[in-house]
Write a protein that binds this ligand. Structure first.
Ligand code: GRF
Length: 221
């Protein structure tokens, strides 16, 4: 049997990315096992999703801790106790301190709803709509100590249109998030990712020089 990478998923909200990971595991597209889902919010619907699939959950309210470091220490303890190897941030609305980043160096992934390094921080989709870009998308990256600046593993792009609202663009991007996050984790699981400085080398992928997109597309009215 293939190795199943033990995951710890950190959430704060709805958890549709968590769901896409659970679904990929159940469909045997992803060789991983979710050992624990941790939320900083008791009301996060992602906790219900986890329970529906028999996955252990923990709520760790950041307001009960005196510092970011103390909070992250508690998280690391929970992750170690569950034997977690790879940490997945899936809509976890907290900045990480070096305590957590160092404990899981190059073993924390995040998904961001923009084509980094464009539009980091909050409301990436809104920033893209307001800027008037023709393409938007999402990024899975390893987490380092700088917010949204870690080495990029995989990106997906979607067209953006002048009449997009934050909501229409976010929905288009979210569909791609659900494709690329399980894929990034599977690449890790297969041992195909190597971090070299700012770059992530992905073993065994073919290059396609013609894979270019244009928006508006050529020759269409
Ligand atoms: C996603 O848009 C993700 O890119 C961002 O937070 C949102 C989480 O959504 N980091 P969900 O909780 O996975 O539905």
């Amino acid at each position: 049997m293939k190795r199943q990478v033990p995951l710890g998923v950190l959430i704060s909200g709805g958890g549709t990315n968590l769901q896409s990971i659970i679904d990929a595991i159940e469909a045997k597209r992803l060789d991983a096992v979710v050992r624990v889902v941790i939320s900083n919010k008791e009301s996060a619907y992602g906790l219900v999703r986890a329970k529906n699939h028999g996955i252990p959950t923990e709520v760790l309210d950041h307001k009960q801790f005196s510092s970011r470091e103390a909070y992250d220490e508690a998280i690391v303890k929970l992750l170690h106790a569950r034997g977690v190897e790879l940490v997945i941030l899936a809509g976890f609305m907290r900045l990480l301190s070096p305590v957590l980043v160092k404990a899981y160096s190059n073993r924390i992934m995040n998904i961001h709803p923009a084509l980094l390094p464009a539009f980091p921080g909050l409301h990436g989709q809104k920033q893209a709509v307001e800027y008037g870009v023709r393409f938007a998308g999402c990024t899975v990256h390893f987490v380092n100590e700088e917010c949204d600046q870690g080495p990029i593993i995989i990106q997906a792009i979607v067209p953006a249109y002048p009449d997009d609202t934050e909501e229409t663009l976010a929905a288009r991007i979210l569909k791609q998030e659900h494709r690329i996050y399980p894929r990034a984790i599977q690449l890790y699981s297969e041992g195909r990712l190597r971090v070299e400085g700012r770059k992530v080398l992905v073993h065994g992928v073919e290059k396609d020089d013609a894979a270019a997109l244009m928006n508006p597309p050529e020759g269409k009215r």
